[in-house]
Design a protein around this ligand. Structure first.
Ligand code: ZN
Length: 361
């Protein structure tokens, strides 16, 4: 009897396991993205996050994500200490990972440090009573395919990059986040709050959030005394938040995106092979070594600069689909100009001999 019971139990367990292993993964019911959805993010653990931003956000009932790096913690006059970071968590704001030493991850050699940089911050979160991070912000807006693979490995659900490479400088406006287009670990910044931003520019940034697209805002200090190039005056910040409140915006943290977006089910984003900043004068071979091969694109023309002796004699450029756009054109010297003939935008791979270089056109 006992044996029978036991075997029934084992059978039931096996059936349970089989069902759970082989059952199709049920996708969660996602909520449609409301118009006027804005994600607020704050980088670098600046003191004014706890003294200026957090109380106002709490008053308005806004969600927000604060990305923490250790590198400036210790300058207690200008940056938060760990008790203050823990206090933000207690206020139910999201605390996200921005790496231990604000490492820049566009190079493969830097990606080798990713896990250490990531988990040092996670350990500090644990010591401060903060839960493991759900989202990440790429330090300095730098990213590359090697570090992206490392980030995926950590199980992080969402990550914010900068407005680059689509937009650089100028208005500090970037693409809206479109979950149908962008990889969840390369979510673009739609508005990078700059010191010279006005309420009009802020409105321009957030008023675009509609039709399933989300405005992702990046702030640093409000104010930021140590990094004046990313400073937002407190009085501007107060104006911006009042505009969101009076306009009835849906103001959330990055982790809240999970209500609208399934991070496991993401689109084919060519940016996963992109790199920012790109590597002038370098190219990758087999994802490890760095060699000189400069590929730049300007006004529809591809400029290929090869190192030393011409290594292959001909250049090929491929689209992600594998189509050859430039097919074996001779490289006549160290520098060659080749027309891309109004090729569609996307990720391209240039190859000269054994040297390859991926670039976004
Ligand atoms: Zn930063």
């Amino acid at each position: 009897m006992k044996t029978k019971k036991l075997s029934t139990c084992i059978l039931a367990s096996l059936l349970f396991l089989m069902f759970n292993i082989f059952a199709p993964v049920q996708s969660r019911a996602l909520v449609p993205i409301p118009d006027k959805t804005v994600v607020l993010t704050f980088d670098d653990a600046v003191k004014s996050h706890i003294t200026v931003a957090a109380p106002l956000l709490k008053q308005y009932g806004f969600g927000a994500s604060f990305y923490i790096t250790q590198i400036w913690i210790g300058d207690t006059e200008n940056f938060m200490d760990w008790n203050e970071v823990a206090a933000l968590n207690d206020m139910e704001f999201e605390i996200g990972n921005h790496t231990w030493s604000h490492q820049l991850f566009n190079l493969p050699s830097f990606a080798a440090k990713f896990q250490e940089e990531f988990y040092q911050i996670e350990d500090a979160f644990q010591k401060a009573g903060i839960p493991p991070s759900v989202s990440f912000a790429w330090p300095g807006n730098y990213f590359g395919p090697e570090a992206l693979a490392e980030l995926e490995y950590t199980g992080t659900k969402f990550a914010r990059r900068g407005p680059q490479p689509e937009f650089t400088g100028g208005t500090h406006l970037g693409p809206l986040y479109d979950p149908k287009v962008h990889h969840p670990l390369l979510i673009p910044t739609s508005g990078d709050a700059a010191p010279d931003w006005t309420l009009e520019r802020f409105k321009e940034s957030v008023d675009r959030a509609k039709d399933g697209k989300i405005t992702i805002l990046m702030f640093h200090g409000v104010p930021d005394n140590v990094h004046p190039w990313v400073h937002t005056p407190a009085e501007r910040f107060v104006e911006y938040m009042a505009y969101l409140k009076s306009g009835g915006f849906n103001v959330i943290a990055m982790r809240d995106l999970e209500k609208y977006v399934d991070p496991q089910n993401y689109p084919d984003d060519p940016m996963v092979n992109g790199r920012y900043p790109s590597l002038p004068g370098t190219a990758l071979i087999a994802g490890t070594a760095v060699f000189k091969l400069d590929v730049s694109v300007n006004a529809g023309a591809l400029m290929v600069t090869v190192p030393g002796e011409n290594p292959g004699g001909h250049v090929w450029v491929y689209r992600p689909s594998g189509d050859c756009v430039v097919c074996g054109e001779p490289v006549t010297g160290k520098k060659t100009n080749i027309s891309l003939q109004q090729s569609p935008p996307g990720l391209y791979i240039a190859q000269v001999g054994e040297l390859t270089r991926k670039f976004v056109y």
